[in-house]
Design a protein around this ligand. Structure first.
Ligand code: SAH
Length: 362
């Protein structure tokens, strides 16, 4: 049993079952044994791969999007360029490189990273040496002013709660200790249903699972208020659903394979699909306009992925390099891969004209 699992069992024995949000917070964020606190989870050697690690084209096109938004904002002389959950810093590095042709953008931007993991902060410092980024624990700590922000696979890491419809009532799914103890299947912890949690009544078939991510809604609402007040736009890219739906999307991944959610807290990545309707509603309630969600494939294609791919292929040194570049781009846009499950949503100030890559306001 991992030490974190042991500690969680003791906590449950002392104070009762944890909400799934409390379990996720500990498994991902525990300062000693949390998943993000201790490792670099990305890439072929790690547990999962993200779009910026698959192809440089991803960050370059997001860079073009940011440059265009800055232009549509009226080219403010100073603005905050922020990334939420920057991982290895690859996306921000590709984005800034792609915008070297627009030096006024680089001069106007101050770079801010919202990142809780000290380990990943170290990798980000290496990737962004020369850009003098400033780190923050929380979005609320970002300095005031016009903002362009991006978050790729950030919202899916935020803690959710789950509610299960049983007959006419909603019960909360929580994490308790398993009566069988800690066996080879890692069954020291077990899901349990408890009563008495506040939950909006909605009609749903018995057995339906409803997920709620208060942290994501709070962030969307704070960012919505902020861009409504000071101008700018925030781009979220993630896997998720739209509109609202029911279903258990909590998943654990280790070394590119699914594993039991409760098996190895701190050792596996835990995520849930993003409810883009909830994000859109929270941002709009904060006074912002919301664009999308668009499928990642259509979004990147509208931003010119095809042309960028051709340019890279012309410059590729060898057939195998060509194949790597082409297959990376395919993975990003193919509906059978990341093209439609991954969605892109922009939260923007009311004065901003429609940002590139979308086909209408939500
Ligand atoms: N955007 C990167 C990494 C995605 S993984 C990429 O596309 O490769 C999620 C990132 O969010 C990690 O950097 C993780 O440390 C960070 N993170 C997770 N929860 C966070 C929180 N509550 N506040 C700030 N950063 C968080």
């Amino acid at each position: 049993m991992t030490t974190l699992k042991k500690r969680l069992r003791q906590r449950i024995e002392a104070a009762g079952p944890l909400s799934i949000a409390e379990f996720m917070e500990a498994a991902l964020g525990d300062p000693v044994s949390g998943y993000y606190a201790t490792r670099d989870p990305f890439g072929a050697e790690g547990d999962f791969t993200t779009a910026p690690e698959i192809s440089q084209v991803f960050g370059e096109l997001i860079g073009a999007w940011c440059g265009d938004v800055w232009d549509r904002m009226g080219r403010p002389e100073r603005f905050i360029l922020a990334e939420l959950g920057p991982g290895r810093g690859t996306l921000m590095a590709d984005l800034l490189r792609a915008l070297r042709g627009l030096p006024e953008f680089g001069r106007a931007a101050s770079i801010h990273l919202v990142e809780t993991s000290p380990h990943l902060r170290g990798l980000q410092a290496q990737a962004l040496a020369g850009y003098a980024p400033v780190w923050h624990e929380r979005i609320d700590d970002l300095p005031d002013g016009p903002l362009i922000a991006i978050g790729n696979e950030f919202l899916d890491a935020l803690p959710i709660r789950q509610f299960v419809r049983m007959g006419a009532v909603w019960l909360e799914r929580r994490v308790g200790v398993s009566p069988e103890g800690d066996g080879p299947e890692g069954d020291g912890l077990a899901f349990t249903l408890t009563e008495g949690q506040p939950m909006q009544p909605r009609s749903a078939p018995s057995g339906a699972v409803f997920e709620e991510c208060a942290a994501a809604a709070d962030i969307a609402s704070a960012l919505g208020r902020r861009v409504a007040r000071s101008g700018g736009a925030v781009l979220f890219i993630d896997y998720g659903y739209y509109p609202h739906g029911f279903g258990d999307t909590l998943q654990a991944v280790r070394r590119h394979r699914p594993t039991g959610v409760l098996d190895e807290p701190g050792e596996a990545d835990l995520t849930a699909h993003v409810d883009f309707s909830a994000i859109a509603e929270a941002a709009r309630a904060g006074g912002a306009r919301v664009w999308g969600p668009a499928g990642q494939g259509e979004f990147l294609s509208r931003l010119g992925l095809g042309l960028r791919l051709e340019a890279l292929l012309r410059r590729a040194a060898s057939p195998s390099q060509k194949e790597d570049i082409a297959s990376g781009c395919r993975r990003l846009i193919d509906p059978a891969e990341m093209g439609t499950l991954f969605k892109v949503l922009a939260i923007a100030g009311p004065a901003l004209p429609e940002p590139a890559g979308f086909s209408g306001e939500t």
